[in-house]
Design a protein around this ligand. Sequence first.
Ligand SMILES: [Zn+2]
Length: 158
Amino acid sequence: MTQSTPPRFIADAMLGRLARWLRVLGYDTAYRAHIADAELVQQARAEGRVVLTRDRALPRQWRLERYLLLHAEAPLAQVRQVVEAFGLGWQERLFSRCLCCNEELQAAPGQDVAARVPSYVRQQQQRFLICPHCRRIYWEGTHVAHMRRLLAATLPPA
Ligand SMILES: [Zn+2]
């Protein structure tokens, strides 16, 4: 695996908040709240994903080769462990992926922005992104600034 191909992940059913944070960072992270272990392992193998889990028995039970056992309970501390374990940059892909669907965002067409974004937001923001799957529109709001601060306080400097 080259440096230009970042690892892809699958988070187990207990790690929904970690999955969401990894999507914030822009890393391809599959997650479903209700997924049987067998299904999780099958998807990981079929799609070449690293299994993220807090279940010590899981890797042994399924003879996993690519996994990371998370130690921390707090989601941001878990994010830090993943970033450090795989030497991931956390700024270059930030906010490039849908937090709900894990799809890569695209530039939002003007008519979608005009129809669905409030006018006060359109006046303040230049750049709008859209999820090709759920059509949710993203832009830099105060919640994004808040997430940036949390990440900067938690993660090693890039
Ligand atoms: Zn989406």
